[in-house]
Design a protein around this ligand. Structure first.
Ligand SMILES: *[C@@H]1O[C@H](CO)[C@@H](O)[C@H](O)[C@H]1NC(C)=O
Ligand SMILES: *[C@@H]1O[C@H](CO)[C@@H](O)[C@H](O)[C@H]1NC(C)=O
Ligand SMILES: *[C@@H]1O[C@H](CO)[C@@H](O)[C@H](O)[C@H]1NC(C)=O
Ligand SMILES: *[C@@H]1O[C@H](CO)[C@@H](O)[C@H](O)[C@H]1NC(C)=O
Ligand SMILES: *[C@@H]1O[C@H](CO)[C@@H](O)[C@H](O)[C@H]1NC(C)=O
Length: 389
């Protein structure tokens, strides 16, 4: 009797949890086929996925295998993060990396005048801080099904800088960067490749040369949601970027740089320290910062302070926006704005363990500068000659 009761409770627990999607997938072995099918149906409904018959079989298999990966991620997690079903649960790890992330590459080291040395211009940065609470961050956006994260990291930083220079907060156009920025740096193998990835620091140069960026409203994002099929940007380098998109229409979706009004401008950009105490102080002094990391594990991130066991500290495949930091039960973390919609993660954000170079989050920190003059007035007299890298 007692055994039966416990067994029933356990069964009830499992099915309740499945329905709530709070189920902690340490062991998918406890799920039978019917239950996996239920989870898949719920996933399809929630993320509006439609497949033809053959595709459905294939996606179901991938979904099922992903439950085991999720279970593994939960078991080896060294922080407090939880992993579960996300909008990417029907993609293999390889598909996720090639379509949503950008090709893994080493960070670029910057020195000399490009480098913003460590300065403390006013008070110590507080224990916790987030630019979301100070009006410098626009709502979470969604890059959709393509590898344009780098354009969102770029706009997110410029939006914050433009606001902090005394202007109203305005959401800026990623689409113009996708359509028009073919910047490249052959010596490092880095290039801006539209839907196939790119680098915020190269995009800053593009934005300076283009005279600024229009607003999201006047030049809306469309490439990741099937709304348009632009051709590769002028200067697109197939050697560095790989083959161009197989279908595009330059007549219908041209680069519209110069044809829409500019909403925000920048004059320069700087690379920041790799030291996370300095990054904390500089985030507080400067505003939200463009960063990059190895984001492979984020495919299934749900919530918590992530410290994944398997994560590269040196090769980067995703660009995002550092907006704040804090401490929870003695664990220091970064708050990071992602570009996968507000339903992903913690209302579109994720947290990452701070102070240990987690996933390389500290290796490619950069910011645009709205006014060179204001920058030099604010920082020059505090110039500290810390040797970069
Ligand atoms: C899964 O792991 C969590 C946290 O480690 C634990 O609380 C939970 O009881 C485990 N569940 C199962 C079914 O093993
Ligand atoms: C699957 O598991 C659920 C809950 O444990 C149970 O109610 C159901 O009968 C099982 N289905 C099959 C086909 O084994
Ligand atoms: C950047 O500097 C670090 C530390 O000196 C070094 O390990 C790394 O190889 C450098 N990266 C590149 C791409 O040169
Ligand atoms: C493209 O990149 C390759 C490799 O770095 C370089 O040799 C070539 O000059 C570039 N092509 C153009 C058109 O810029
Ligand atoms: C490209 O777009 C133009 C303008 O919308 C349209 O007239 C043309 O048919 C399109 N070309 C192709 C190949 O779809």
């Amino acid at each position: 009797m007692r055994i039966t009761f416990v067994f029933l409770l356990a069964m009830l627990g499992v099915s309740m949890a499945i329905i709530n999607q709070n189920f902690h997938y340490n062991s998918t072995k406890q799920l039978n086929l019917t239950q996996v099918k239920q989870l898949f149906s719920k996933f399809k409904a929630e993320h509006k996925k439609f497949y033809n018959f053959l595709e459905e079989q294939r996606r179901f298999e991938i979904f099922r295998q992903n439950l085991d990966i999720i279970s593994e991620l939960n078991q080896v997690e060294e922080g407090t993060a939880e992993y579960g079903i996300t909008q990417f649960s029907d993609m293999t790890t390889e598909e996720f990396k090639s379509q949503i992330l950008i090709p893994s590459t080493y960070a670029r080291n910057f020195t000399g005048s490009r480098y913003h040395g460590f300065q403390k211009i006013s008070q110590d940065a507080p224990t916790s801080y987030d630019w979301r609470d100070h009006g410098a961050v626009t709502p979470v956006k969604n890059q959709g099904t393509v590898g344009t994260c780098w354009t969102f990291s770029t706009t997110g930083n410029i939006e914050g800088q433009w606001f902090l220079a005394g202007n109203p907060l305005v959401s800026l156009s990623e689409e113009q960067i996708v359509d028009c920025d073919g910047s490249q740096e052959p010596s490092t193998g880095h290039a801006d490749c539209g839907v196939f990835g790119g680098w915020p620091y190269l995009a800053f140069d593009y934005v300076i040369n283009a005279g600024g960026l229009p607003s999201e409203e006047t030049y809306p994002y469309c490439v990741g949601n099937g709304g348009c099929y632009p051709c590769p940007a002028p200067g697109y380098n197939e050697t560095l970027c790989g083959p161009a998109v197989p279908y595009c229409n330059a007549t219908a979706y041209p680069c519209r740089q110069g044809q829409v009004p500019i909403a925000a401008k920048i004059e320069d950009w700087k690379a920041l320290s790799k030291d996370e105490d300095s990054i904390k102080q500089q985030l507080f002094e400067i505003g939200p910062l463009s960063v990059a990391l190895d984001a492979s594990y984020l495919q299934f991130y749900k919530k918590g302070i992530s410290a994944p066991k398997f994560c590269s500290k040196t090769t980067l495949n995703h660009a995002v926006l550092l907006t704040g930091y804090g401490i929870d039960n003695g664990v220091e973390f970064w708050n990071v704005k992602n570009s996968w919609g507000a339903k992903w993660g913690e209302q579109g954000y994720f947290r990452l363990k701070r102070g240990v170079g987690m996933c390389g989050i500290n290796t490619q920190v950069a910011t645009a500068i709205v006014s060179k003059q204001a920058y030099s007035e604010k920082f020059m007299e505090y110039e500290d000659y810390e040797q970069p890298y």
